[in-house]
Design a protein around this ligand. Structure first.
Ligand SMILES: Cc1cc2nc3c(=O)[nH]c(=O)nc-3n(C[C@H](O)[C@H](O)[C@H](O)COP(=O)(O)OP(=O)(O)OC[C@H]3O[C@@H](n4cnc5c(N)ncnc54)[C@H](O)[C@@H]3O)c2cc1C
Ligand code: FES
Length: 281
């Protein structure tokens, strides 16, 4: 069992868990992920690693989406997860020197932090862009600011930072003639796709972390397949980080909606049922 040492509520739908997972922490690198299960019969939930401390405490950020993530964020200090498997996937390729804009949206701000920190340590000038719909939904501002040279914020409603999307901030930077060697974006699929379209005409290398549906996370089931540069790749073993300009986002979005009806049913059942907590997926 993997004990939750500390729970921090970041927004009404997002929590940060510090989980005791020393073996995972020993090997984890920026960009990798874990698969967690609440109970032995629960759904497997892939979550990107936010921090893997030397003290063996793993930080993960979970956003409530459907039944299983809601069950998870209902846990508290001292509760335990049945499984934390990882680290999985390939680490993020990290350049030396130059300027990189890291762009985080939603839970994507969490995995951007270790990447920004590692770049910062390699003499890269890090420009961080944190975006949310409204100021209350912005997460981990202090943590991201601490590992960046410049920190910029956008909210859709203008309640904090620049009014608009993270892509508007990125476009403004580029239009002002700011030199960017690379952009790394993690967030909702629509956001990553939009970032790719902003950087494409300027030929700025852009990396995104895809989050397709996953089952085994070991390259055996084929469920996480994505098309990158016209080739089929498995996000769990070949990714999750890929060259954004090579990703077939149309296909990725379509595959992400494959189980919408089943997921809606599971959530409806979970919300109606009074027997919440660690049940079957
Ligand atoms: C590599 C990777 C890293 C991720 N990192 C994070 C993270 O750090 N924090 C976070 O909050 N979320 C992360 N996610 C997304 C998270 O795994 C899904 O939101 C979660 O599985 C949804 O489960 P659900 O049952 O609550 O929602 P459901 O209602 O069942 O599903 C809602 C949406 O989640 C997607 N989804 C459902 N099951 C899976 C699955 N097994 N794998 C992937 N997507 C699924 C579906 O495409 C669907 O659109 C990551 C996903 C991947 C693949
Ligand atoms: S999740 Fe099964 S092959 Fe990637």
């Amino acid at each position: 069992m993997f004990r939750i040492r500390k729970k921090r509520v970041l927004t009404p739908v997002t929590v940060l868990f510090e989980v005791e997972a020393p073996l995972v922490c020993r090997h984890a690198r920026p960009g990798q992920f874990v698969i967690v299960r609440l109970g032995e019969k629960s759904e497997r939930i892939p979550l990107t690693i936010m921090d893997a401390g030397r003290d063996g405490v793993l930080s993960i950020v979970i956003q409530a989406v459907g039944k299983s993530t809601r069950e998870l964020i209902a846990l508290g200090d001292g509760d335990a997860l049945a499984d934390v498997v990882g680290p999985l996937g390939q680490p993020c390729p990290l350049r030396e020197g130059g300027t990189v804009a890291v762009v985080g949206g939603g839970f994507g701000v969490a995995p951007i932090i270790p990447i920004a920190r590692a770049l910062h340590e390699r003499d890269v000038q890090v420009i961080a862009i944190n975006g949310a719909r409204t100021a209350e939904l912005l997460i981990l501002e202090e943590e991201l600011q601490a590992v960046s040279d410049r920190y910029l914020v956008s909210t859709n409603d203008g309640s904090r930072g620049m009014q608009g999307m993270v892509t508007d901030v990125l476009q403004t930077l580029i239009s002002r003639g700011e030199h960017l060697d690379e952009v790394i974006a993690i967030g909702p699929m629509v956001m990553m796709r939009a970032v790719a379209e902003v950087t494409r005409p300027h030929g700025i290398r852009t990396l995104v972390s895809l989050d397709p549906i996953m089952v085994d996370g070991t390259g055996m089931c084929g469920v996480c397949r994505v098309s990158v540069g016209g080739q089929t790749r498995f996000a769990c073993v070949d990714g999750p980080i890929f060259d954004a300009h090579q990703v077939d986002f149309d296909l990725a979005v379509r595959r992400g909606h494959m189980y919408d009806a089943e997921q809606k049913l599971a959530l409806e059942h979970y919300e109606k049922c009074s027997c919440h907590g660690g049940g079957e997926a």
